[in-house]
Design a binder for this molecule. Structure first.
Ligand code: ADP
Length: 250
């Protein structure tokens, strides 16, 4: 299947610090991919490059047949507004505004009429069980409620890709599980692809596929490799002396 979003051989440094060193990742429409890996391995930088927030130093980012990394700033910003949604660890909501205002903002920026923007916001808040909170300021909400508002805001413009960076990182595990379940169900209903950065194996279980990032590169799991590559890897492992295998497993 042709990927909807594809980052090929991405490199990105911050000064002398290399964050990505040849990372490749594809996501197809409607697929939920969890990106795992140790802190500092490059997960967030990969997400930001795929979303066109950072430009890679080298490599290519393709979205729906277009080179995202070669677009003008204006086109990338417009595309992010129309086709991408974002949920980050701390919601990024405006605390002084109401729940309904926060969810309506992306629509209002996209020149949807005020009436329609608020009607859509209300419908999403109802879907996520937040209808009663629509008039509350987001600064007064619990962490779990705030993340549900962030999900509503990310999905209200019906994005084709939802980027989530540690969306449950600030929540206790029971609340985090509920928020993840809502995110996954809503994304699937909308047929949105999801790139989900997490260090939490419980969260990754909700995904269709998990990849790992180490030292700025993406490792695909064994079962996602073509059969020939799997067989070659198995042959190489079998040929390795037992002592070397034990050393590598440490
Ligand atoms: P992860 O999401 O896996 O924790 P990051 O992508 O945030 O990893 O970071 C990868 C590397 O790039 C780290 O060494 C980090 O310190 C560095 N880095 C990330 N963002 C910046 C930045 N804005 N300025 C300087 N260094 C950064």
């Amino acid at each position: 299947m042709t990927p909807l979003l594809h980052g090929q051989d991405l490199y990105r440094s911050f000064g002398q610090t290399p964050a990505l060193q040849g990372a490749t990742l594809s996501v197809t429409a409607g697929e939920i991919v969890a990106v795992m890996g140790p802190s500092g391995s490059g997960k967030s930088t990969l997400l930001h490059c795929l979303a066109g927030i950072f430009l890679p130093d080298r490599g290519e980012v393709w979205f729906d047949g277009q080179r995202l990394d070669q677009m003008s700033d204006t086109s990338r910003t417009r595309l992010r507004r129309t086709d991408f949604g974002f949920v980050f660890q701390f919601g990024q909501l405006v605390p002084e505004l109401t729940v309904a205002d926060n969810v309506a903002i992306p629509q209002l920026l996209g020149r949807v009429s005020r009436k329609r923007a608020y009607a859509q916001a209300t419908s999403w808040l109802d879907r996520l069980g937040l209808g009663d909170l629509r008039g509350r300021r987001t600064g007064e909400l619990s962490g779990g409620q705030a993340q549900r508002v962030a999900i509503a805001r990310a999905l209200v413009s019906q994005p084709r890709v939802l980027f989530a960076d540690e969306p449950t990182g600030s929540l206790d595990s029971a609340t985090g599980d509920k928020v993840m379940e809502l995110l996954v169900v809503a994304a699937r209903q909308e047929n949105a692809a999801v790139v989900l950065v997490t260090h939490d194996a419980r969260v990754a279980r909700s995904a269709d596929r998990t990849v790992s990032v180490h030292d700025g590169r993406v490792t695909q799991p064994a079962d996602a490799q073509p059969a020939a590559a799997r067989a070659a890897a198995a042959r190489a492992a079998a040929a390795q002396p037992a002592a070397a295998r034990a050393e590598g497993a440490r």
